[in-house]
Design a protein around this ligand. Structure first.
Ligand code: NDP
Length: 311
């Protein structure tokens, strides 16, 4: 088989991947970064980012990712639009295959594949996906102008999405399964002050209702009393968290019970020497753009040191 040899192969293009690419390029590792299915990662489907240091007026996720990509390219990273479909990490050097048919032989690998939105797992959710059911308000909110919609979840994402939708839709039901929100205080306050958002405490969706035209309601169960009620709405947005994109590596690399790649003692080292992990795929605690970027930096430094010590 024809392999392209590379010192440092980076899988994934969120803040972790791009930061790893910037550092690895500046250390002359000539990294190749494979962007993956969602170039730029999860931040490309968020709204304004207000908490990344250095942007006093905030920045959109898409702009930030474009800037990171530009910066990585400027310092020499080779960024490729492709998707990794197979990673053989048990033997050294590592072998990586992509959807376009390319094969790589890598002396070090940085996994920064991020995380993806979670779904409730009910049948009607699948049935109406793209017909009223969405896991991304910023992508699809536009289609529900002046309509009534629901957002499920009680974390920062749910509050952020509900707030975003309040600029487009006539009413937003925030469906929360407990009697409190998990979101940060500032997000909770924003939601509480917003006249278009009604919080349905202690409710969970059990069925999404609709017909050939798409969603027209949701059936909710009261988690305290067991009472069932229906509310009419045309858009139903999931914001119940994420799961790490580590499936491709399971069986080869140590992964915890929630699917997060296990890294050692605050470093990016995995159980396989030469394979490093950065960003949300290995972080069940912080999951922020800034912490992902920081861990991408660590991974590039760890990869560089691994390659020096091995030579
Ligand atoms: P979280 O895991 O923080 O919250 C998930 C929410 O969904 C919780 O309220 C949870 O309920 C609820 N939930 C989970 N499963 C179900 C289910 N099956 N049915 C109904 N509800 C369910 O995820 P987020 O995506 O909100 O946030 C992830 C991380 O990203 C956090 O650290 C957050 O702070 C950060 N973030 C920061 C932002 C910012 O700073 N601008 C914006 C967005 C995210 P319960 O509470 O009962 O478990």
């Amino acid at each position: 088989m024809d392999y392209e040899k590379v010192k440092c192969l980076i899988i994934g293009s969120g803040p972790a991947g791009y930061t790893a690419a910037i550092y690895a390029s500046r250390s002359n590792l000539n990294p190749i970064l494979i962007e993956g299915m969602q170039p730029g990662g999860q931040l490309t489907i968020t709204t304004e980012i207000e908490n990344y240091p250095g942007y006093p007026d905030g920045i959109t996720g898409t702009e930030m990712m474009e800037d990171l990509k530009k910066q990585a390219k400027r310092v020499g990273a080779d960024i490729r639009s492709d998707i990794v479909i197979k990673a053989s990490l048990k033997e050294y050097p590592f072998h990586i295959a992509t959807e376009s048919g390319k094969n790589y032989e890598a002396e070090s690998v940085i996994i920064s594949t991020g995380a993806s939105a979670k779904w409730l797992g009910i049948e009607s959710e699948e049935k109406f996906r793209g017909m009223g059911v969405s896991a991304c308000a910023t992508c699809d909110g536009f289609f529900y102008k002046n309509q009534e919609v629901g957002v499920v979840g009680g974390g920062d994402t749910a509050c952020e999405e509900a707030t975003y939708l309040s600029n487009i839709c006539s009413k937003i039901y925030l469906i929360v399964r407990r009697d409190e929100l998990r979101a940060s205080k500032i997000m909770q306050e924003r939601v509480a002050k917003n006249p278009k958002i009604e919080i349905l405490w202690n409710h969970k969706p059990i069925e999404i209702l609709g017909d050939n035209n798409g969603v027209n309601g949701v059936m909710l169960e009261n988690t305290k009393t067991g009472d069932i009620k229906q509310i009419p709405l045309t858009g139903f947005f999931l914001a119940i968290g994420h799961h790490p994109n580590s499936d491709m590596f399971s069986g080869q690399i140590d992964i915890d019970s929630n699917g997060y790649i296990i890294t050692k003692n605050g470093t990016s080292h995995t159980n396989i020497p030469g394979v490093f992990a950065a960003g949300d795929v290995q972080d069940s605690t912080y999951r922020q753009a800034i912490t992902a970027a920081g861990s991408g930096c660590k991974a590039a430094i760890d990869a560089e040191r691994f390659l020096i010590n091995r030579d």
